[in-house]
Design a protein around this ligand. Structure first.
Ligand code: ADP
Ligand code: MG
Length: 424
């Protein structure tokens, strides 16, 4: 089957989206690729379709068990044999899955990066009967210390590739577009003259707004009342804020649920399903919520607090309007948000393992990002333009669909900006 036939037959789509065809074509020519496309753009198909056309197995490296499960069950539903290999399998199930894989049952196998260099997995991968034709690295920014989700286990990918008798095609995908991360991905994964493709980061159906309300909670309630019946996400900076906001909204009769890392697995799953199936159309959550969630009708994403950087902001806000219909991304800024984020930077335990010099660099980088995030909240310029320039694209200085374009020449108290920035 051709790539067009596969697109239609298995996935039910009539045409490719921007960038997909070019990446698929490059992979099929045997070239390494790096696809930088915003969340929801359709990166998965870029490796899944060639995986079905190439001989042998495509290994997909993915950072989260829940992502792997979703993707594999989607593929299975489409009639494609695929499996995942991660710590959610019992040793017995794992062995069975490897046996099937060795027998050539699965064209696509999702693997957790920690598994790659284990003895059992290597025995499978190095079996002369087994041909690994592609390694697809999803969420590839996880290799970069510049990225917000650095995962040391991602560094094993390249060691693994080196062990293979024949070098497979290596394809990498991410939604993070900064130059440092892009260069890191190419260097660390040792991509060979990759086809690097960045598609438009602009999401023209999204309205961007920043409000600095005196009464955040009141502003939120007001907004939700005006948007009754719509589905949306309210992101809060800590679990505690999630609990407070969620409890208050329930008291006022809103149909909301909550999500943060302090809840049990069952409750998280349950609440996530309530949200996805619109039993509770409003989700109040920390940034633990959202990776891998593909809910198309999210009409608004409200940030109850300013996030730590633009990468996080755009990724989280970008969960609105995935169906292409108009949606709103609103950030409720308060001066305390800068202080809280600054505190997180100063007390980030993940940095403890780093040597003092690297630690200093990482902290300085995080402060710089926080500063740029804070500027977003204070700029008088087009917010979309600010976002696109941050990600290295050119915008226009008037989008007509953000709070600055729609209310130009609002005055800002410059001393307040200065204070906020001195603190960070
Ligand atoms: P990403 O990984 O880039 O965030 P996904 O691969 O999860 O995005 O795709 C997002 C959604 O877009 C999925 O529901 C997917 O089925 C859909 N999609 C991908 N490609 C196409 C296409 N060519 N036409 C229509 N829908 C598509
Ligand atoms: Mg994806």
């Amino acid at each position: 089957m051709t790539q067009y036939e596969i697109l239609k037959h298995y996935f039910g789509y009539d045409s490719f989206r921007e960038g997909q065809e070019r990446l698929i074509g490059a992979i099929l020519e045997g070239r390494d690729v790096l696809g930088i496309m915003p969340t929801g753009a359709g990166k998965s198909l870029c490796y899944q379709i060639p995986a079905l056309m190439m001989e042998g197995i495509t290994l997909v490296i993915s950072p989260l068990i829940s992502l792997m499960k979703d993707q594999v069950s989607n593929l299975n539903q489409a009639g494609i044999l695929a499996a995942y290999l991660n710590s959610s399998l019992t040793p017995g199930q794992y062995k069975k899955a490897l046996e099937f894989a060795r027998a050539g049952q699965y064209p696509i196998i999702y693997v957790a990066p920690e598994r790659l260099m284990t003895e059992e997995f290597l025995r499978f991968a190095l079996d002369p009967e087994v041909k690994i034709s592609m390694v697809a690295v999803d969420e590839a920014h996880c290799v970069s210390q510049w990225g917000q989700d650095f995962r040391p286990s991602y560094l094993k990918i390249v060691d693994f590739i080196h062990r293979l008798p024949v070098r497979p095609v290596v394809s990498a995908f991410t939604a993070t577009a900064t130059a440092e991360v892009r260069d890191d991905i190419i260097d660390i994964l040792m991509l060979r003259q990759p086809e690097v493709l960045t598609t438009g980061f602009d999401r023209s159906n999204l309205y961007f707004g920043v409000i600095s309300p005196r009464d955040k909670y009141g502003t939120l309630v007001n907004y939700l009342e005006r948007h009754k019946g719509e589905s949306g996400i309210v992101y809060c900076i800590t679990r505690k804020v999630v609990e407070e906001v969620c409890a208050n909204l329930i008291r006022e009769g809103f149909s909301v649920t909550r999500y943060h890392a302090g809840l049990s697995d069952e409750e998280r799953k349950h609440n996530q399903d309530d949200f996805i199936y619109d039993n509770a159309p409003i989700m109040v959550a920390t940034n633990a919520f959202g990776m891998g969630i593909d809910k198309s009708n999210v009409r608004f994403v409200i940030h109850y607090n300013m996030p730590k950087n633009m990468e996080s902001y755009y990724q989280e806000a970008g969960r609105a309007g995935r169906d292409g219909e108009a949606a709103e991304c609103i950030l409720l800024y308060g001066g305390q948000d800068v202080v809280t984020n600054q505190f997180f930077i100063d007390h980030n335990q993940e940095n403890d393992a780093l040597d003092p010099i690297t630690r200093q660099i990482v902290m300085e980088r995080d402060r710089d990002r926080l500063r740029k995030m804070t500027f977003y909240c204070f700029t008088n310029e087009c917010l979309r333009d600010y976002i696109l320039r941050y990600f290295g694209e050119y915008g226009s200085n008037y989008c007509g669909n953000c709070s600055n374009c729609l209310s130009q020449f609002e005055t800002v108290d410059v001393t307040e900006i200065a204070c906020a920035l001195i603190r960070c």
